[in-house]
Design a protein around this ligand. Structure first.
Ligand SMILES: C[S@@+](CC[C@H](N)C(=O)[O-])C[C@H]1O[C@@H](n2cnc3c(N)ncnc32)[C@H](O)[C@@H]1O
Length: 225
């Protein structure tokens, strides 16, 4: 005969697994664009140390080649996976960690304080703009591009939030990644180029070292491009 605490633990485990499966089912619907993220549940996934093996954050940050004094916006910062690493990197940039979820923004603010990072500033983003308080040298968009609604209008508006020569780095899931959004939200390179082109950007670099994600760098296209 099993003890009551044992049975309760078993029940809680089963309930947790079922909730996880429900979450997967939810994200497979076309409402993925408006998918809501809970900071505590998200932190388990976004900040899982196992992610580092395929996210290769140090290599990503090295490729971004930031200079001291530069300013970064991490749009869709989530729980701060990249914001915190960027803020701690050699260039020690000021990082605007913007997210649409108010609870995520609170989490980011608390995490920055907890980790002693005054150069991480949490920003409440809106659906159609990240509400950046000043122009930035780099906009980083990790696993968030596919959540943004009218991307052409969104990124066109953002051209005015970049310093001259500023860049937009987009990292998002490839079609064959073992994890990520439903297939219809995993875009081919041509779609990124086409949407960003219409928004006023040109592709200036494509990094191929991430096994699960595209890693693309765009700059504002000049009048002759
Ligand atoms: C899949 S998570 C990625 C989090 C983080 N970039 C990372 O790599 O761990 C997507 C995040 O984007 C946020 N988000 C979705 N749409 C957004 C929008 N229009 N503007 C800003 N943040 C958005 C969500 O709240 C969520 O925190």
């Amino acid at each position: 005969m099993r003890s009551k605490p044992y049975m309760l633990a078993l029940f809680l485990l089963a309930a947790t697994v079922a909730m996880g499966q429900a979450e997967e089912r939810h994200t497979s619907h076309a409402d993925h664009l408006e998918h809501h993220f809970d900071p505590k549940e998200s932190a388990l996934r976004f900040d899982d140390p196992a992610r580092d093996l395929w996210q290769l954050p140090d290599r990503v940050i090295a490729e971004l080649n930031l200079k001291s004094g530069q300013i970064v916006a991490d749009i869709g910062a989530g729980t701060g996976y990249f914001s915190v690493r960027l803020a701690k990197s050699n260039a020690s940039p000021k990082v605007y960690a913007a997210d649409i979820e108010p609870s995520m923004v609170s989490y980011l603010r608390e995490r920055a304080a907890r980790e002693g990072l005054p150069n991480v500033i949490a920003v409440q983003a809106a659906a159609d703009q990240p509400n950046l308080p000043e122009p930035v040298d780099l906009i980083l968009v990790v696993d968030t591009y596919h959540h943004i609604g009218d991307r052409e209008a969104y990124f066109r508006k953002l051209t005015t939030s970049l310093t001259p020569g500023g860049r937009v780095a987009i990292i998002d899931f490839k079609a064959d990644s073992p994890e990520g959004p439903p297939k219809e939200f995993r875009f081919p390179l041509e779609q990124f180029k086409s949407e960003m082109g219409k928004a006023g950007y040109k592709l200036v670099a494509q990094h191929d070292f991430l096994p699960r994600q595209q890693f693309l760098i765009f700059e504002v296209a000049g009048p002759s491009s």
